[in-house]
Every structure is written in C-alpha cells, then in structure tokens.
Design a protein around this ligand. Structure first.
Ligand SMILES: NC(=O)c1ccc[n+]([C@@H]2O[C@H](COP(=O)([O-])OP(=O)(O)OC[C@H]3O[C@@H](n4cnc5c(N)ncnc54)[C@H](O)[C@@H]3O)[C@@H](O)[C@H]2O)c1
Length: 347
C-alpha cells in the first residue's frame, strides 16, 4: 500500500519513512530539498535495505502533484512539507503563508481532483490525509498539560499558518465528508534513528534546542544560550515536552492505520506528557556525550511560554499510540547522529 510523504526527505519525514516500511507500507517521498539533502535517500536505503522512491518537485505545483498521485495511487498522504522556523516567519511572513498555506491548498486541490471520482462517503477509497500540525497552535496555554480542546491562537506567522491549515481542513471535511483527516499536533521532536545515519540537519543556526546543544557538545558552537531562568518552573528555565522522533514516526503509522481502518477523522496531541526543562536537556546531553556543555543565561525571548507539555491520552485512546522512549535515549541517539555527522548530510 503506497503512502505519499510530502517533505518526506526532512527530519520527521525520513524517520516516518522507516517506520512505515517496517509496518509494511510503501512510502513515496515527494520533496524539493529546500530544507533537506538528497543523501538522505541513500541513508534510507542503507537502513531499510531497499531503494527509496523519490518524486523531486514542489508541492506548490498542483498539476505535477496530481500526476504524482495518479502514478502512485497512494492510500494516504502525509503532509510534512513546509517551512518551520519561527524567527524566519516573523521576518518573512509571506514566505510562510505561501509555502505552508498555499502549499497545503495546492496538495488538497490535487487530491480533490484525483480522488473526485471516488469521493462519495461510501467509497472504499476516499482521500486520506495526515497533517503535521504543532503544539504552537495552543499559543500561550493557560495551564498544562494541554488537551486538544484548549483554545487555539497563534504567536507568530508560522503558528498562524498551521492554524489556518487546520481550519481549512475542518471546512473541507464539512463540505466533503468523504475526506479522512488526521491532524497531529507535535510537541518537541528530538533524537535520531539509533543507526546514527539519519537525524535533524539544520541548514543554519538550529531553531530547536536539541541540535543546538549537540552542536555545542561537538564543538561547532561555543555555548548554549538559555533564554530565561526566571520562569515559574522548578529550575527557572522553560519546560517542554521532548518526544523521540521515532515515537513520533510511530504516531504517523498509528494515525494512518486508524484512518484507513476506521475512517474517522481526528485531531490529537503527539507528546510524552512529561515536561523537561532546558537545563535538564543540557545535563542529559552532557551525560550522553561525556562532554561539558557551557551555557549562558540570556533574557527571555518574546513569544516563548514558560511551560508547554501535552496530555497525550486522546492519542492513546483513539490510536493505541503512546511515546515509549526516554530523554536519555533521545540524547544518546541525537549525540550518535551529531558526532558521526558533524556537518549533517553535507559530509
Ligand atoms: N521539527 C519540529 O520541531 C516540528 C514541530 C512541530 C511541527 N513540525 C512540522 O512538521 C513538518 C516536518 O518538520 P521537519 O522537522 O521534518 O522539517 P524539515 O524542514 O526537516 O522537513 C520539511 C521537508 O519539506 C520539504 N519542503 C518544504 N517546502 C516544500 C515544498 N514547497 N515542496 C516540496 N517539499 C518541500 C523540505 O525540503 C524538507 O525536506 C513541518 O510541517 C513542520 O512545520 C515540526
């Protein structure tokens, strides 16, 4: 059963590729490599023992995406493709509105056109989509842990784009009930495949904490800036829900299996339910790498929240999924990837 992964060469897409193959699906990667590297395809072949199928191109090209869908006839599509840097989205909101929102519209139009002939609610083959959303849609949550019924808002154009896409998907399902849509709100993906062959490969200064900390450990950067040590948290630093990227990948398999077998749409958090502070992450990477990690306290960043962690019980109830891996495993795997590939896929 083919599954199309838009943005499948990226960090989460490449790990999901492996999980899907291990579960008996045949994933097809669609990517324009705007934030990834073709070497990932060789690594995926090394890990899974078979070549990966690639469609190189842009999700904004609706006619081409239609052609890809017609040729591969996927039973489902996972839409990872998009831009994800919060700071860049503040500086360049139109880039985010174009690539993320117009990209999603382009994919949905292509799917709608291709599946139109089978779009009756009773059809055996309705359009099936899993969408990469984010905990950022909760804005600044009033309390933690966060459940899916919390109010939604946005604090930057990246988050705004995710929220708009979620709303578009709701309208689409109201207009065309045949659509089966799984919205996955990721918390903080971290870690890497235990082979050390694939992992997070930021092209520039990492936006996420884990690659920043491992880059300091490997000597690429002098120290970690810890933004804020006066939050109302146990050690004063921000608290987040770090989830191993392999657990996240398994969540996509569970989401597709649920959509394909039960046909019910859903929106769920994918997190561990455990809050971990920035200082705890630094200590865990020190432990995994055996190296000291210098860090410097800096003022809070605008838009950062004190605590953000999931209540993941709905995903367990609906999908039978829960995160299994520990913070120590995440750090050990992130360190293995970083230390064996100091420059990522660029060699
Ligand atoms: N990593 C995180 O912390 C995180 C958290 C929450 C949500 N998400 C979302 O999950 C998704 C995947 O994230 P990731 O960390 O794997 O990011 P990533 O940048 O590693 O992967 C995205 C992939 O999409 C591709 N892409 C971008 N625009 C494209 C286009 N127009 N056409 C074709 N390909 C395109 C990029 O080349 C890249 O390979 C994104 O939508 C992101 O917003 C990520």
């Amino acid at each position: 059963m083919n599954i199309l992964l838009t943005g499948g060469a990226g960090y989460i897409g490449s790990h999901t590729f492996i999980a899907l193959r291990e579960a008996g699906f045949e994933p097809v990667i669609l990517d324009n490599f705007s934030n990834s590297h073709p070497v990932v395809l060789e690594r995926l072949e090394q890990i899974t023992g078979r070549p990966a199928t690639l469609e190189r191109g842009d999700v904004l090209d609706t006619a081409w995406v239609q052609d890809v869908l017609r040729r591969h006839e996927p039973a489902g599509v996972v839409h990872f493709a998009g831009d994800k840097a919060v700071g860049e989205s503040v500086a360049n909101p139109l880039k985010y509105f174009h690539n993320n929102i117009s990209g999603a519209v382009s994919l949905l139009r292509a799917m709608d056109a291709v599946y139109a002939s089978v779009s009756a609610p009773t059809s055996a083959d309705p359009p099936t989509l899993v969408f990469s959303s984010s905990a950022t849609v909760y804005g600044d949550p009033a309390t933690v842990p966060i459940t899916e019924d919390f109010s939604l808002s946005h604090t930057n154009p990246y988050g705004h784009s995710k929220l708009v896409i979620e709303e578009m998907l709701t309208s689409l399902r109201l207009a065309s009930p045949a659509w089966r849509v799984g919205v996955l709100r990721y918390f903080n993906p971290a870690g890497a495949h235990p082979s050390g062959l694939i992992g997070e490969d930021p092209a520039d200064i990492p936006n996420n904490l884990m690659p920043y900390v491992t880059q300091v450990a490997v000597g690429m950067r002098p120290h970690v800036n810890v933004f804020g040590n006066d939050y109302a948290t146990p050690d004063g630093t921000g608290v987040r829900d770090f989830i191993h990227v392999q657990d996240l990948a398994a969540g996509h398999v569970a989401a597709l299996q649920a959509l394909l077998s039960k046909g019910e749409s859903f929106t769920v958090n994918l997190g561990t339910g455990r809050g971990v502070s920035v200082l705890e992450v630094i200590r865990a990477v020190e432990h995994a790498s055996g190296r000291p990690i210098p860090h410097v306290f800096a003022p809070r960043r605008a838009g950062d929240v004190a605590q953000c962690y999931a209540d993941p019980s709905l995903a367990k109830r609906l999908l039978g999924w829960e995160a299994k891996r520990s913070l120590d495993e995440m750090c050990a795997d992130a360190w293995r990837w970083q230390s064996s590939n100091p420059n990522g896929y660029r060699g």
